[in-house]
Design a protein around this ligand. Structure first.
Ligand code: 2BA
Length: 110
């Protein structure tokens, strides 16, 4: 059975992840993506693999992707008085990786 692993990772970790996957013989596709919350660039990696290889792929992700603190300055509210609004930066923890493992109905190389 084939699985598709979709991993959203930080740009800083993407190259190491792809290299780690190549070292273990996995194929992957790297897509430029943007996080909905921070609205900053991140990287989405697609990995098609066999069921029994999923845990090996996840171990490579664990080894290569790290979580980091990031400061975010909230936007001013859309309604209400904006002159009294003081935007305090808040800290969010980003990553190591957000991973989805999907069942693949059919896989063909043509
Ligand atoms: P962003 O959406 O830019 O989110 C960056 C970080 O901001 C998140 O890190 C989380 O710590 C925080 N965050 C996101 N939404 C929030 C909210 N509504 N309230 C408070 N804090 C929030 P991660 O959770 O590690 O996510 C990193 C990136 O992974 C996300 O970037 C997004 O591109 C992707 N992602 C995370 N969860 C997802 C999901 N359920 N579906 C699709 N993509 C997801």
């Amino acid at each position: 059975m084939v699985k598709l692993i979709v991993a959203v990772v930080q740009d800083k970790d993407a190259q190491r992840l792809v290299e780690g996957l190549v070292d273990k013989g996995f194929r992957s596709t790297k897509l430029a993506s943007t996080g909905g919350f921070l609205r900053e660039g991140n990287t989405t990696i697609l990995i098609g693999t066999e069921d029994h290889q999923v845990s090996t792929v996840l171990n490579v992700v664990r080894k290569t992707c790290h979580s980091r603190e990031q400061l975010v300055t909230p936007l001013a509210p859309v309604s209400g008085p904006s002159d009294s609004y003081v935007p305090y930066p808040v800290e969010v923890q980003v990553g190591g990786a957000t991973v989805f493992v999907l069942q693949v109905e059919r896989f063909e190389k043509i």
